[in-house]
Ligand binder design. Structure first.
Ligand code: ZN
Ligand code: ZN
Length: 162
């Protein structure tokens, strides 16, 4: 028998670890963002930022910059919510884990998708999104690793806005 004790990650650490894996699939190098929607401790959908299905990605043909934002991509949160619509899955009452704080458009979609909790890791400076989520009664939690240091979380601050 081993003397080392295995420490199980907390639920938030477990799901955020998976969210960082999902983010690796992002296709816009301005920020690779991941999101997963969880309900009753089960993952319902995942999403990362990228061009609509079948269209070329930023990593292939460059960004589509409009007013300082890359508009080619759907955001990770949007893709996670759309995936639920595509498969007919209700996410009402669920939690969305995101590698970055949601932008205002995503915040509005999170509210109307019936999501009740947002757990995010890195800052995305948008006071309006915070204000909207709070006004709608959505719990907003900045994730801090509970069970172990995470290398994945080290580099998510100060990303350019998408
Ligand atoms: Zn881009
Ligand atoms: Zn967004």
């Amino acid at each position: 028998m081993s003397n080392t004790t295995h420490t199980r990650p907390s639920w938030d650490d477990y799901f955020m670890g998976i969210t960082f894996q999902v983010a690796q699939r992002g296709t816009c190098d301005r920020a690779r963002v991941g999101a997963i929607i969880v309900k009753d401790r089960r993952i319902l959908t995942t999403g990362y930022n990228g061009a609509p299905a079948g269209l070329p990605h930023c990593d292939e043909i460059g960004h589509l910059m409009i007013n300082g934002h890359c508009m080619r991509t759907l955001h990770a949160e949007q893709n996670a919510i759309i995936q639920a619509a595509l498969h007919g899955v209700s996410v009402a009452g669920g939690t969305i884990y995101v590698t970055h704080q949601p932008c205002l458009t995503c915040a509005k979609m999170i509210i109307n998708a019936g999501l009740k909790r947002v757990v995010y890791a890195g800052h995305y400076p948008d006071e309006n999104s915070v204000a909207f989520l709070q006004a709608a009664g959505v719990t907003l939690v900045r994730w801090q690793p509970e069970t172990r240091p995470s290398e994945a979380a080290a580099d998510v601050d100060n990303v350019p806005s998408n």
